[in-house]
Design a protein around this ligand. Sequence first.
Ligand SMILES: [Zn+2]
Length: 262
Amino acid sequence: MTTPRIYKTEAIVLRQRKLGEAGKIVTLYTPNYGKLDAVAKGVRRPKSRLAGHLEVLTHTMVMLAQGRNLDVVSQAQAMESFASLRADLHRLSRALYAVELVDRFSPEGAESYHVFQLLLATLRRLAAARNVDTVLRYLEMGLLSLAGFQPQLAHCVRCERSLPAAPNHFGPAAGGVLCPSCEPKVAGSRPLSLNALKVMRLLQSGSFGEVSRVRIDPGLGQEIEMHLRAYLVHVLERDVRSAAFIDRLRREDFWQPAGVSS
Ligand SMILES: [Zn+2]
């Protein structure tokens, strides 16, 4: 899409970095222009009228002017600031993981409308949902599909025969599920329970409403997370910083405030 000289767009703020004395470069995700970096001049000054409208995670409406290198934010108005996400470390850590994952998955100029909608829905769900980890698994599977990397879950990815209703294996490098006879021939595959396969299929083809009605116990949740994490690492060729952040929070066992169930 050709970008006009001055344009208005909604956006989600993925990240920021400092620029000069008082400015920032903000990385925005937009429905029509994809991911873009823009300059926010003076935003670190106390009286900046942009400050507060360009914080990370904010769903905002921005006016941008084309610059020589980067576009420049001339106005910003927050539409949703997700205060309930920021007030809860448990939810905040997952929201930061969500924006980082979208950032890593999205080269500049890539298809963006569906990714934008998925990210916005994810932030809204993370602000309210009971099972925040299911929200992340749904985002991960959705991003993989939108980027053309959906894992093969319908049949064995190697011999293409249908899968037995028994434990199989998941091979990140193979790109999907391996039947018991193919599994020994592929390095790096891990056991995949039948329940995990069923939930992963639902994550791939169901609506979020359907997925959220399934009861996923912690052990099953961890198994699915491990398979998707291994596959994402394979696809992205490096781990995601916020994923390590979530692991650390989980290990230190302070991420789950009393009364908040995951
Ligand atoms: Zn096979």
